[in-house]
Design a protein around this ligand. Structure first.
Ligand SMILES: Nc1nc2c(c(=O)[nH]1)N[C@@H](CN(C=O)c1ccc(C(=O)N[C@@H](CCC(=O)O)C(=O)O)cc1)CN2
Length: 302
């Protein structure tokens, strides 16, 4: 079997298109422009790229983008003050603090200082609780993107066996919750799971979010299963012509061997990654609609 490639880049463009349509309606019918504030502390190169990309795409869909770039040594008190001001700003409907934060800052404390209604990352403990109890919440962007791709590919995923590899608060746990809310039978596997390979082999849906380059190989995958690769790992790829080191982006899944067995698979790059930012924009327009007591966009929430 050769797997169908689930094109996250193309799907993300469609999601951004829908967000743009909803933003245009909010502006034309209600005179409201959704606003997204992104806070970056420090100069982590990957985070800088993601934040730039978020700002650019926010503007492209017609929303206002507010960037707050803070020095790497910013104190917790200063960061909390910035969040407090954004919470109180009526033009800001979504707030995101780019992770990881520098070590001296307590991520949980910072995230839980965000107004849950503006928490477009869905990481605030109130949103985690709401999602866990099947209530309306803000949903973390990466798992939401995975869910959208699964629904688009399968129609319904009800009753399917899903294995999520990884138990992070950002991806693994909310992903498992979303799959459960869609009536999958869900296993959360991790580095200490006994018989990990056998566990994965039983799955109709595999979501790999462990952060280990190409860990999941084709012999772990049930024939015809759908494989969603959340991993973004930069690995050595020899030397460039000028002798400098070359790198290559790979997922947590060994693409070639898994694609030979799976029914469908997301590539890296171009799979889950682009959906993360598209879902951030979707969450912002959802937050803005909710804040104004207006109808939420269809097909952009869980
Ligand atoms: N506050 C948050 N911090 C972080 C999140 C998050 O959702 N909220 N997720 C990641 C980083 N991230 C967005 O912030 C992100 C990661 C990857 C991509 C993406 O499009 N990746 C491309 C490849 C890009 C490359 O070449 O490096 C792909 O997979 O095709 C978008 C967003 C951690 N922090």
């Amino acid at each position: 079997m050769t797997a169908t490639v689930i094109d996250g880049k193309a799907f993300a463009a469609k999601v951004r298109g829908k967000v743009g349509e909803h933003v245009a309606r909010l502006k034309a019918d209600h005179g409201i422009t959704p606003g997204l504030a992104v806070v970056l502390v420090g100069e982590d190169p990957a985070s800088q790229v993601y934040v730039r990309s978020k700002g650019k795409m926010t503007v492209e869909v017609g929303m206002n983008s507010y960037e707050h770039k803070l020095d790497v040594n910013t104190s917790e008190a200063t960061l909390l003050k910035v969040i407090e001001e954004l919470n109180a700003d009526p033009d800001v409907h979504g707030i995101l603090v780019q992770l990881p934060l520098p070590d001296h800052l307590d991520s949980d404390l910072v995230i839980n200082a965000i107004d849950p209604a503006k928490d477009v990352d869905g990481f605030h403990v109130s949103n985690v609780g709401l999602l866990g109890t099947g209530q309306k919440s803000m949903v973390p962007c990466t798992p939401l993107g995975c869910l959208m791709m699964l629904r688009e590919h399968h129609g319904s995923i009800s009753g399917m066996n899903a294995v999520v590899i990884g138990r992070s608060n950002i991806v693994g746990k909310p992903m498992a919750q979303l799959l459960l809310n869609d009536s999958c039978t869900v296993t959360i596997a991790h580095s200490r799971t006994k018989d990990l390979q056998e566990t994965v082999k039983r799955a109709d849906i595999v979501v790999a979010a462990v952060g280990r380059p190409e860990m999941v190989t084709g012999d772990w995958i049930k024939e015809g299963a759908t494989v969603i690769d959340v991993g973004i790992n930069r690995i050595d790829a020899g030397l460039k012509d000028d002798g400098s080191p070359k790198t290559r982006l790979v997922g947590d899944v060994d693409y070639a061997s898994c694609a030979a067995v799976a029914g469908a698979i997301t590539p890296v790059p171009g799979g889950v990654g682009p959906m993360t930012i598209a879902c951030l924009l979707a969450n912002t327009v959802t937050a803005c609609s909710r804040a104004n007591g207006l109808k939420e966009p269809e097909g952009l929430t869980a």
